[in-house]
Design a protein around this ligand. Structure first.
Ligand code: PGA
Length: 236
């Protein structure tokens, strides 16, 4: 794991956008794994700006998002589909059919998850996976547990995550209690992983830097990925 410490969130956002744009420029048909949350917002802003300046072209890019809440429609401003449209997709030239986000309102969640894995396999896997990290060390919605869960599946959100995410809702009660998340194996199968962490992640970054690996800190599995970079902004 290659850890880059930068001074500010601004710098983090610029560097991560540059890494993503470089991937797309190297391979225009890149398959990207994308993340939601507060941390990637600046990265997406920079990518939109680069697109507007003709520095990156999304016309052949395929994306797979890490997760989606169960029960929220695409039109719901708290859904991750809505987030991605607002922050990235509606501002760049990615074809709608190249965008993949789990359907949290699928009638059959199990087959939705299986289908998601199949689609990733059909395009020969993810070239570059962008990840945020939860205060509890989750990646995607892979919450701390006794074991690592491999595949895309239905997950129950922990109270820590519900508390952390209630800022986007009217109250903690409004935060969905379940979600669909890519599994740890799905994430680890990406050829390259880019983790972005802001200054609010000091405590979990400290634990991650201890180098041990435990499903109690799901992100700690990333120590075993052959091509994983973490960009950590220590200041705002
Ligand atoms: P954040 O979320 O970027 O909003 O802190 C990260 C995560 O929970 O994965």
């Amino acid at each position: 794991m290659n850890i880059i410490t930068v001074k500010s969130y601004h710098e983090l956002s610029k560097i991560s956008a540059n890494i993503i744009a470089a991937q797309i420029n190297k391979k225009p048909t890149s398959v990207l794994g994308l993340a939601t949350g507060s941390t990637p917002v600046g990265t997406y802003k920079n990518l939109v700006e680069m697109y507007r300046n003709g520095l990156v072209d999304f016309s052949k890019v395929i994306t797979f998002n890490l997760d989606e809440y169960c029960g929220l429609s695409r039109e719901n401003p708290q859904s991750y589909y809505y987030f991605m449209m607002e922050n990235l997709f509606s501002h760049v030239n990615i074809p709608q059919e190249n965008i993949n986000i789990p359907n949290g309102r699928a009638m059959d969640i199990e087959s939705e998850c299986r289908e998601y894995e199949n689609k990733i396999r059909q395009v020969n896997g993810i070239d570059l996976q962008l990840l945020g990290i939860g205060h509890n060390g989750h990646i995607g919605f892979n919450e701390p547990d006794d074991v690592f869960h491999n595949n895309t599946r239905l997950v129950k959100l922990t109270q820590t995550t519900i508390e952390a995410n209630k800022r986007f809702f009217n109250s903690a009660e409004d935060v969905p209690k379940t979600a669909i998340s890519m599994g740890i194996k799905t994430i680890m199968s990406a050829r390259e992983i880019l983790v972005i962490a802001g200054p609010d992640k000091e405590e979990i970054m400290g634990k991650l830097l201890e180098q041990s690996c435990s499903p109690r800190i799901p992100a700690s599995i990333l120590h075993y990925h052959p091509n994983c970079t973490v960009i950590w902004a220590k200041g705002n």
